[in-house]
Design a protein. Structure first.
Lengths: 334, 298
């Protein structure tokens, strides 16, 4: 994993302003609050958390589908927030996205051929004949026949549509793909197929994935490292192995204990969190998790914890670990 | 987990490859199978044929007056649909009036629709001050009754076919702009537009290649309704004495002239009225079917 950084996200923030009426002052929703991480070439980084924690917003903001409020996104050495429209569009060839809902992410008035050719047209790659060749090749890789070229998305099943959406992202041969819950809208049987396709494509084209998901089983299967998010903040970062075997943050522990087990006779200690996820409009003071945390201490409600390294490449944002080990409050260098 | 993962590609059944020609064939075979759509299609085709070649089949000269044969009821004196107060053959006048009414309906809808679509797309896509300015203009126009606006504009421009078309366009584009704008607002939030942005499609590319085709369905529906509306509006304006001037026959001014005889010559207003109803019905039926056929969302 010690190879080059493809993407570096530094103090990324995305705040939305909520207006309640004409005369009330707008309140801010901190959808993504100070998120920093790096992505290395060829790895799959998982981004997990319950719904509403800012996973998808993080993904969309990285790709500039919504403008970040603050922070930097550095892709292959360039700060993409600073780019103008034109250069950004050219750069998009190298960073693609797979969306959650394949029923919404394909233009219903375009045939499969038009959908798959468009990225090549937009970036002016190859000539007309080569484009069609490329599209056919791609269809073959995702396991569909040429007969689908003239079909419309509504004639395809969910799994087929998602494979088309994946093909659209991969046809440009990008270096980096944000996969925003690519399988959560699909049947379990089809999920496996799509996950396998994603893993095959990663090997074939040396792709780097940011894999956003709430399904921990899927994440465990596909990712190398995992970021756990809670209320717009990064809670824990480590390798998949480490996370599932030695989770540190109380939230991660609770999350992992919620994974259903296969053997019904097996007993498993379940950590049930009390209360609801606090509203991001009005997050709790101090650590955003302290109100629900089974191990909360006094300090938790007062100061916001910093990211602490507990072992090599394992970072936790929790006061529990601030005395253990030697605290290194570097937020950027992981 | 791992044992769940296995290749299951039973979804991908081989499909016949459809060529462009067979798409057109299936389009027509669908049309023939659908009764209402086909009825509408036949009515529209007949109207277009009558509009173009109608003057060849008129039994009498529509302008020729026969004062001795005035106000004959239908089926008397060799006049299938009777004669008017000047002894002119009503059937011939309705046939010739088809061209005027259809021209007005179709030409206005095409031009007003095009203007309204462009303005609606710009307002809905770019939002901001452009949207605010354009939509306030639309609001101001919509606050006047449609026919009143047509009348005012027509009074300024003067009567005649060209001017009635022009005034209908000036009064009619706002409806298209409003509807198109709201559709654009809905479409631009859809995920496939985000997907286009992520792919790197430019703003104009998104507007022309992705938003416009998705507007086709609502525009077709609105246009088919508006053709009928414009024909009726022209009839109303002509009925009030503006618009198409006599002796040139149009359904609207036939209604206008017939109203004075409403108690002793019912056919004078009934027959052009029926012509308007049939036209509106035919266009709506065909438009409805066209919408269902072209809608790939279903």
């Amino acid at each position: 994993m010690e190879n080059e950084k493809v993407l570096e996200v530094i103090h990324l923030k995305k705040y939305y302003t909520v207006n309640n009426g004409w005369f009330s002052k707008g309140q801010q929703v901190k959808a993504v609050d100070d998120v920093s991480f790096s992505l290395y070439k060829g790895e799959t980084l998982g981004l997990v958390g319950e719904s509403g924690c800012g996973k998808s917003t993080t993904g969309r903001t990285i790709l500039q589908l919504s403008k970040p409020t603050d922070g930097k996104v550095i892709f292959e050495g360039t700060d993409i927030n600073q780019l103008n429209d034109r250069t950004m569009r050219q750069l998009r060839r190298k960073m693609q996205m797979i969306f959650q809902d394949p029923y919404a992410s394909l233009d219903p008035h375009k045939t499969i051929q038009q959908i798959l050719t468009e990225p090549l047209n937009v970036h002016g790659l190859y000539n007309k004949k080569e484009r069609l060749e490329k599209v056919r090749e791609m269809l073959k890789i995702i396991g569909l026949t040429d007969a689908y070229l003239t079909r419309y998305p509504n004639e395809l099943s969910g799994g087929q549509r998602q494979r088309i959406a994946i093909a659209r992202a991969v046809i440009l041969q990008p270096t980096f793909i944000v996969a925003d819950e690519p399988v959560s809208a699909l049947d379990v049987s089809v999920q496996a197929q799509v996950i396998n396709l994603l893993m095959y494509l990663q090997k074939e084209f040396q792709l780097t994935y940011l894999f956003i998901s709430h399904d921990l089983n899927v994440v465990r299967h596909i990712t190398d490292r995992i970021i756990v998010m809670y209320l717009g903040r990064v809670v824990e970062v480590t390798t998949t192995e480490e996370l599932f075997n030695h989770p540190k943050h109380p939230y991660t522990c609770a999350l992992l204990s919620a994974i259903p087990i296969k053997n019904p006779d097996e007993k498993k200690e379940r950590i049930i969190l009390s209360g609801e996820v606090p509203s991001p409009v009005n997050p709790p003071k101090g650590c955003p998790f302290h109100e629900r945390c089974p191990k909360a201490m006094d300090i938790c409600s007062k100061t916001v914890p910093h990211q602490i390294s507990v072992s090599d490449g394992h970072w936790v944002t929790c006061h529990l670990y601030s005395n253990e080990n030697h605290t290194t409050e570097t937020k950027l260098s992981f | 987990m791992t044992n769940v993962i296995q290749e299951s590609d039973n979804e991908a059944k081989p499909l016949p490859v459809l060529s462009r020609k067979s798409h057109l064939m299936s389009f027509f075979s669908d049309l023939i199978r659908n009764k209402t759509g086909f009825t509408g299609f036949i009515i529209v085709c007949l109207l277009i044929l009558i509009g173009i070649f109608g003057f060849l089949i008129t039994p009498y000269n529509p302008m020729q007056t026969y004062m001795t044969q005035k106000l004959l009821p239908p089926l008397t004196g060799g006049h299938l649909l009777g004669t008017d107060q000047l002894g002119r053959d009503v059937l011939s006048r309705v046939i010739v009036g088809t061209r005027v009414s259809l021209t007005i309906g179709v030409v206005t809808v095409i031009i007003a629709g095009a203007i309204g679509t462009v303005i609606g797309v710009l307002a809905g896509f770019f939002r901001g001050w452009l949207d605010i300015i354009l939509m306030r203009i639309v609001d101001v126009q919509l606050s006047f009754p449609f026919v009143l606006l047509v009348l005012v504009v027509n009074a300024i421009l003067g009567s005649g076919l060209k001017n009635i078309i022009l005034s209908l366009i000036i009064a009619g584009w706002v409806v298209f702009a409003r509807v198109v704008r709201s559709e654009v607002l809905a479409i631009r939030e859809k995920e496939f537009i985000s997907a286009c942005v992520a792919t790197g499609v430019s703003k104009w590319g998104i507007m022309v290649k992705h938003i416009l085709p998705n507007l086709f369905t609502p525009i077709i529906i609105l246009a088919s309704l508006q053709v009928a509306n414009f024909i009726i509006a022209e009839a109303a304006v002509s009925f009030l004495g503006f618009g198409v001037q006599p002796p040139q026959p149009a359904w609207g001014n036939m209604l206008n002239e017939g109203k004075d005889y409403i108690f002793n010559a019912w056919w004078l207003i009934t027959i052009p009225g029926i012509a308007i109803v049939i036209t509106a019905l035919g266009i709506n039926l065909f438009g409805d079917w066209l919408r269902d056929e072209l809608d790939h969302d279903l």
